[in-house]
Design a protein around this ligand. Structure first.
Ligand code: FMN
Length: 341
């Protein structure tokens, strides 16, 4: 695999750090200035030229944003951004397993901080070629009962930049963060955030953990709907480990080992929402590695799809690959084999 994908020779952390710069450069060299149009979506006042975008964490500081659109992403997510700048957790913090197409990270929201990222994104040319999501998270030193102040500050700072906010309460790498998904805590957090979110006038999505039990998932969906959430991103990385996993017990696992869990989570979510889904936005992520995975999530009922792992194992031209794939002439045998085993 490595000869055709030279970035896999780089240490995983290095590849992660330079990929936004790579996107910026490759994007600048690209002939197309706008994302290709396929399965476009109109949602609220936003237009998604296609339903495939970059997941949170791919470009935490918004360094390569225009490049991702030029490479073909239908929408971009920047972040997780934290209010104050903070460094990553101690090493080791990023790893991959090429045999199982797995990724592991324990980064813990390294961020250049709200002000620097805001100033960078303010320079983007308007209108954006596709919607811009800003994923927000609390600083690791902010106590849980003050978390709402961090999210409030971020909404305030990015409300003129973001088309959509993604509230990240599901990373396993910030101590205690997932406690904000407990029914009572979530209710309180969203209640406290509501005035700021209303003032911003921007829709907000909640990014969920795939490690919630079926019952807790239902509670989270109900509470967030009651508190005005406009949708969900399903899912963040998992603490679950398949047998013989070579990764540490802590840290989040993603890529192929997350695929089935993320698919089930999506199905459970859509089943529970039923007719209540209405215009809530459901964004699928987790183990999307091939064009077939993108179509599979859309067929399961997701409105949009995001990927991190495909950019690692497939490369920066994944968006174009999916575009070409969905245009291919369909024969009976390709129709029978839409999803890889
Ligand atoms: C190295 C790395 C860093 C990540 N950082 C973030 C982040 O800052 N915020 C976030 O919401 N998700 C983050 N994620 C999770 C991804 O957005 C995504 O939800 C998850 O990796 C599942 O998608 P995948 O299987 O395509 O990798 C990160 C994932 C990886 C692998």
């Amino acid at each position: 695999m490595r000869w055709s994908k030279p970035w896999l020779w780089l240490p995983p952390q290095c590849a992660h750090d330079i990929s936004p710069y790579g996107a910026r450069t490759l994007g600048a060299l690209s002939f197309s200035k706008v994302p290709p149009q396929w399965k476009p979506l109109k949602w609220k006042n936003l237009y998604f030229p296609n339903p495939l975008g970059i997941a949170g964490g791919v470009d935490k500081d918004g360094i390569g944003t225009p490049g991702w659109w030029r490479l073909g992403a239908g929408f971009c997510e920047v972040g997780t951004v934290t209010p104050a700048p903070q460094s990553a957790n101690p090493k080791p913090r990023v790893s991959r397993d090429e045999e199982t197409l797995a990724l592991w990270n324990r980064l813990g929201f390294p961020s250049q901080g709200a002000l620097k990222v805001k100033h960078r994104l303010e320079k983007l040319k308007r209108p954006y070629p596709g919607p811009l999501f800003v994923n927000i998270g609390k600083n690791r030193n902010t106590p849980l009962d003050e978390a709402h102040l961090d999210y409030e500050m971020l909404v305030q700072n990015f409300d003129h930049i973001a088309d959509v906010f993604v509230i990240n309460v599901s990373s396993p790498n910030t101590k205690g963060l997932r406690q904000l998904l407990d029914e009572k805590n979530l209710n309180q957090l969203l209640l406290r955030l509501q005035p700021q979110l209303k003032e911003s006038g921007k829709p907000f999505l909640l990014k969920l953990s795939p490690d919630l039990s079926a019952d807790d998932l239902k509670k989270v969906l109900d509470v967030s709907m009651k508190q005005g959430a406009n949708g969900w991103v399903l899912t963040n990385t998992t603490l679950f480990r398949p047998p013989n996993s070579k990764f540490p017990e802590t840290g989040g696992l993603s890529g192929a080992p997350l695929r089935e869990r993320a698919r089930n989570f999506l199905t459970q979510t859509l089943e529970h929402l039923g007719s209540e889904k209405k215009d809530h936005l459901v964004v699928a992520a987790g183990g999307v590695l091939y064009p077939e995975d993108v179509m599979d999530r859309l067929e399961l009922g997701a409105d949009l799809v995001q990927t991190y792992s495909a950019l690692v194992y497939n490369g920066p031209y994944f968006f174009q690959q999916v575009n070409r794939w969905q245009q291919r002439p369909k024969t009976t045998s390709t129709l029978k084999n839409e999803r890889p085993g």
